[in-house]
Design a protein around this ligand. Structure first.
Ligand code: ATP
Length: 242
């Protein structure tokens, strides 16, 4: 039977997802995995693939998802779409709300505070509900851009690892999309007609990250293999597992 472009692309994405699971030994029998579902294309795609993986017998995993709403940031997320998407894939979705004080002056940017508090809510929810792993939707481009940011701005050759065992809690972060190319996820999201979130965060602006993205796009034009080169350097330097 002829395959549609959507099915062919999903197959490519799923193969890389499986390779990431294997290369980084991300799954163990009995894992309870909590997906951080922002509503963006990456975490939607992550949910779709983990939902499929959940139907395989060994290693046996259980998957649920959580969407964290930030009460004090007018950042509209269409939770009814997230609920129907998760339900369609047989994944239970939890919605939790949190907030932070953005009126007290702080030396930290609002985006930093917002993501710090979101992360805190995610960890708390995972621990209170017996999840031993949290799956996040960062892909290979995110990991490379972070490595560039840390190298050029922090003086540290480091990045978001594919697997990170948290020091102070019995929770491991996994990034099963770590081998995915962003453009493939974007194309799949379009073919699969993912609904775009009404992302109206008033604090979002051009950041150093956006600049790294542009620079990396330029580098890839000169050397289409550049991503594999950076990945290899990160792997060789032991930066992908903590
Ligand atoms: N509000 C949220 N609730 C739960 N998890 C979240 C939330 N926001 C982000 N995450 C998790 O953190 C990851 C990285 O967040 P980031 O803000 O970079 O993603 P995004 O661009 O909003 O969306 P996505 O990565 O899903 O396309 C997401 O892929 C998701 O797993």
């Amino acid at each position: 039977m002829p395959k549609t472009p959507e099915q062919i692309l999903y197959h490519t994405l799923y193969k890389r997802f499986q390779k990431a699971l294997t290369d980084f030994s991300m799954l163990s029998d009995g894992d309870r995995i909590l997906i951080g579902l922002s509503g963006g294309k990456d975490s939607l795609c992550l949910l779709e693939m983990l939902a499929q993986r959940q139907r395989i017998y060994k290693p046996r995993i259980e998957v649920e998802a959580v969407h964290v709403r930030m009460a004090n940031v007018s950042y509209e997320s269409d939770t009814s779409y997230l609920e129907s998407f998760a339900k369609e894939h047989g994944v239970k979705l939890h919605i939790v709300q949190t907030a932070f004080d953005d009126t007290t002056p702080s030396d930290k940017p609002v985006c930093f505070l917002c993501s710090w508090h979101r992360r805190k809510a995610l960890f708390r929810f995972a621990q209170e509900n017996g999840f031993n792993k949290i799956a996040l939707g960062h892909h290979q481009d995110d990991i490379i851009h972070t490595a560039m940011l840390n190298t050029f701005f922090q003086g540290s050759f480091s990045t978001m690892p594919a697997v990170k065992q948290m020091d102070k809690m019995p929770v491991t972060i996994i990034r099963p999309l770590c081998l995915e190319h962003e453009r493939d996820i974007a194309q799949y999201a379009q073919l699969s007609q993912y609904v775009k979130q009404k992302k109206a965060c008033p604090h979002e602006r051009n950041t150093n990250r956006t600049q790294m993205r542009r620079i990396f796009e330029e580098i890839e034009k000169t050397n289409p293999e550049a991503r594999y080169s950076v990945w290899h350097a990160l792997q060789k330097g032991g930066k992908l597992v903590e």
